[in-house]
Design a protein around this ligand. Structure first.
Ligand SMILES: Nc1ncnc2c1ncn2[C@@H]1O[C@H](COP(=O)(O)OP(=O)(O)O)[C@@H](O)[C@H]1O
Ligand SMILES: [Mg+2]
Length: 258
């Protein structure tokens, strides 16, 4: 962290995919995906269901192996065959946090307990240090008054913000978000999306699968359209969303926007 020479300039890609192939049962779910995801940017990953978006996020996090190409996350690289060493995987997972549609909070722990858990169990922090930091992070996502609430006592939007705080507790450089507002009532989505935008403004890199086209247009720095395992279009939102060039993107947006 203190080694300045290892810190790339802003907007230099922090995550880079080169010709990534992932197959399930012989079928290419990711079919030669290349992308450069900028440090400190929000990349919105959009596209039809089954197109490979979740598989792409899971590949970046090392949750699934790949069958072709290369993924680089900061200084760490993984390719097929040279199964990433346990050390590399651990390092990548420390750099990359992930938040899911269904929150995946521990029901038997309070908001504070959920956020303080991994820093103690995985990062070896003391309970008092982990809890102090958890309190700070819950404040940062607007839940300073909810530290002692259990998940069952929180709204969907609050639970999702606890999940975000929990991911932040491991000090990730990249946050992967897989449709994290899809299960929320419309009026609760904005409280989660606002937090993501603030985090980006504080320097976090976000890669989010989302169906919130309005949010992507307003807040994303870059939009990537993935369909049938291939990137069919990418660029700034005003280009991809307001003036899509490919028939596939036009058809997808028509279906989503109605
Ligand atoms: N673990 C798996 N085993 C077999 N097939 C899978 C697995 N994970 C995903 N798939 C298949 O890969 C395709 C893409 O899935 P996914 O990445 O979840 O798409 P998206 O998130 O864009 O909806 C789907 O056809 C899905 O059935
Ligand atoms: Mg998915």
């Amino acid at each position: 962290m203190s080694n300045v020479s290892q810190t790339p300039a802003p907007h230099e890609p922090l995550v880079e995919l080169t010709d990534v192939v992932k197959r399930y049962h012989g079928r290419a779910i990711l079919d030669g995906v290349s992308a450069r995801l900028g440090r400190g940017e929000i990349t919105a990953l959009i596209g039809p269901s089954g197109g490979g978006k979740s598989t792409l996020l899971r590949s970046i996090n090392g949750l699934n192996t790949i069958d072709g190409g290369e993924i680089r996350v900061g200084p760490h690289r993984f390719r097929p065959g040279d199964a990433a060493s346990a050390d590399t995987l651990r390092a990548v997972r420390r750099m990359v946090g992930m938040v899911f549609q269904d929150f995946q909070l521990f029901p038997h722990l309070t908001a504070l307990g959920n956020v303080a858990e991994a820093p103690q169990q995985v990062a070896g922090k003391s309970a008092s240090e982990a809890r102090a930091r958890a309190r700070e992070l819950l404040g940062r996502v607007g839940l300073g008054e909810r530290c002692d609430h259990y998940p069952s006592q929180l709204s969907g939007g609050q639970k999702q913000r606890v999940a975000i705080a929990r991911a932040l507790a491991m000090d990730p450089q990249v946050l992967l978000c897989d449709e994290i507002t899809s299960a929320l009532d419309p009026e609760l989505k904005h409280e989660v999306l606002d937090v993501l935008e603030e985090l980006r403004n504080e320097g976090l890199t976000l890669i989010m699968v989302t169906h919130e086209i309005g949010f992507a247009r307003r807040a994303a720095d870059r939009v990537v359209v993935l369909a049938e395992g291939k990137i069919v279009e990418e660029g700034p939102p005003e280009q991809v969303i307001d003036n899509p060039q490919t028939e596939r993107t036009q058809r997808f947006l028509k279906n989503v926007l109605g």
